[in-house]
Design a protein around this ligand. Sequence first.
Ligand code: HEC
Length: 226
Amino acid sequence: MAKGFLHLHVTVVVIFLLLFAYKVALLILSKNEQLSFIRNKTKVVEMILGTLILVTGTYLFITDPLKEMWLWVKLVSIIGLIPLGIIGLKKENKALALISLIGFLYFFVVSKTNSLTFKRDKIEIVEAPAENTGEKQSTTEDIMATNEETQLNKGKAIYTQVCAACHGPEGNLQLAGAANLQTSKLTLDEKISIVTNGKNAMMAYKDQLSEQEIVAVVTYTETLKK
Ligand code: HEC
């Protein structure tokens, strides 16, 4: 349901942006007659589109409250950019209209990359389901053992997808100068710091993996030790 709303929201935003971009282009090219003609023709369409954006946006906002900071920045900025665009077109102010168009486009692109800078998305780890022993968890010990196992499974999944390319499945591939993880003498904390912040040829993973994921993967590398 929410997915459908998100698609609708994005589609309507795209149509709205195209229309807006077209008008800003007419304004910049000083085709003022054509601009007022188009503005008159599209008044109703624009109202419908605007209402749809608001309704779908509000629905998404209610069902999926803004967890991430950048979504708030986006929301507030867009609310600020709307009057800027309206005034820009109305007063035929090229600068205002252009700023608001660039602002809209920026937030549109940014929405697709999920952060305020054009950084890559977080890595999505596909986890192999933990083996089901069929027995019921009864004691706290069992539950803790299972948690530890889940943690290691998660670490292994991340390792296989992200780290093995250089370090190899066993940790000793040493491709591109990668350290041998089987014989590494670093402490857990030192390794966490290297994975978080990177070191020489190895990139930092703090933007792509959460702290927990980094701890999980580093803990998994400990099991590679011979
Ligand atoms: C692009 C290749 C590459 C990838 C991918 C990579 N590493 Fe590395 N890693 C390296 C290189 C190169 C070094 C050696 C850095 C140095 O000391 O100059 C290194 C060093 C390390 C060290 C330090 C070990 C020691 O004893 O010095 C750890 C721990 C480590 N990597 C873990 C990981 C983990 C965990 C991942 C996955 C999240 C990962 N690496 C992904 C290339 C890579």
